[in-house]
Write a protein that binds this ligand. Structure first.
Ligand SMILES: NC(=O)c1ccc[n+]([C@@H]2O[C@H](COP(=O)([O-])OP(=O)(O)OC[C@H]3O[C@@H](n4cnc5c(N)ncnc54)[C@H](O)[C@@H]3O)[C@@H](O)[C@H]2O)c1
Length: 338
């Protein structure tokens, strides 16, 4: 059995998730090196996973000849540059979302990948969630008839630190980006126009940082279907991730995932458990599946399931949403250019 040697760049929250999955749950992969500009983070993860090669300079990892592929899990502002460097070094690339906050940088990075002929997959993990995947299959098979309305509720349990908010590009490109990807994926159709409303209702510091924490975005798809996404940075009951596709012949619905399915009834109320806390728990299976598919795509020389264009389009949607929010009007995606 051939094994893919992977180097993980960025040993933070998501880097650990991917490194652990590659080390323990993806049979045809091996983590052979870890790099982080914060050496203690790289060393801790490497020690935990018994990985020998540890670098504080990601360029050294890219020069490591035993490495076939890299997982770019560092901060958003580093992705595009690392993607270009990895492509030049001939490494296949799994890259976390977003590719970059700047469309010119995204295009340059994608061009470098195309020139090098390496495989690229973007980390839109929700596509690999078994329930969302099944909705996609139902919709594609005509199970809801002609899709008319998509509803996505996506609310975090708590806002990220203000330092993260300041460099995140704002809610539409940091958080809603996953919902924009879900919209395209579930409906199998491109979005032509977005109309976004937003406010600061959770934490005034988020407003001071130039961002918003609460948003409702309506979508108009190329086939005439409509969509609505609602986001909050703080749902007191946990990570709220629901999806519904309604059409001429029915409806497909995904409700929240809970750690157990017990319903307790007493003389006051009927109680059940809160949703799984956050993305690491809610999408645990999805993170494994996306890595499995990336590794298979490389080993079997197949096209990865989430392409560079799939990475670019939701960033365009995010910028259209910002423009719509600021100008109080529907904005067509064609109004956003590099
Ligand atoms: N798909 C998802 O579900 C998901 C979830 C969380 C984060 N993300 C994305 O993953 C990225 C990382 O997020 P996080 O929450 O893990 O952040 P984090 O801050 O926890 O970790 C980032 C790590 O990258 C390191 N780093 C920064 N610059 C580097 C460089 N040039 N080379 C090597 N390492 C570098 C930092 O020292 C840090 O340890 C972000 O782009 C974020 O949008 C995706």
């Amino acid at each position: 059995m051939r094994v893919l040697n992977v180097g993980v760049i960025g040993a933070g929250r998501i880097g650990r998730v991917h490194a652990e999955n590659l080390a323990y749950r993806v049979r045809q992969a091996k983590v052979v090196a870890i790099a982080d500009v914060f050496p203690e983070a790289a060393q801790k993860l490497a020690t935990d996973l018994q990985v020998a090669a540890v670098y504080s300079d990601p360029q050294k990892l890219l020069a490591d000849r035993q490495i076939d592929a890299v997982a770019i899990c560092s901060s958003t502002d580093t992705h595009a540059r690392l993607m270009e460097d990895a492509a030049r070094a001939g490494k296949h690339i799994f890259c976390e979302k977003p590719i970059a906050l700047d469309l010119v940088k995204i295009d340059e990075a994608l061009a470098a990948v195309a020139r090098a002929g390496v495989k690229l997959q973007i980390g839109f993990n929700r596509r690999f969630d078994p329930s969302f995947k099944r909705v996609r299959e139902i919709v594609a098979a005509g199970g809801v008839g002609v899709p008319h309305i998509l509803r996505i509720t996506s609310r975090d349990p708590a806002p990220p630190p203000i330092a993260y908010v300041k460099v995140s590009g704002g809610i539409f490109v940091d958080m809603t980006i996953h919902d924009f990807d879900m919209a395209r994926y579930l409906m199998g159709c491109e979005v032509e126009e977005v109309y976004a409303a937003g406010n600061v209702l959770v934490d005034p510091e988020i407003g001071d940082a130039g961002d918003i924490d609460t948003a409702v975005i309506t979508l108009r798809f190329a086939n005439g279907a409509l969509g609505v996404i609602d986001n909050s940075r703080k749902a007191v009951y946990g990570y709220d991730q629901r999806v519904e596709v309604f059409g001429s012949a029915g409806m497909a619905l995904v409700t929240n995932k809970t750690p157990d399915s017990v319903v307790q009834s007493d003389d006051v109320a009927v109680h059940s458990t809160k949703p799984l806390h956050f993305f690491v728990e809610r999408y645990a299976e999805a993170y494994v599946a996306e890595m499995q598919e990336f590794v298979q795509a490389v080993l079997e020389d197949k096209a990865p399931p989430v392409t560079g264009m799939d990475g670019r389009i939701p960033v365009v949607m995010g910028y259209a949403a910002w423009k719509s929010y600021r100008e109080h009007r529907p904005v067509k995606l064609t109004e956003i250019s590099a």
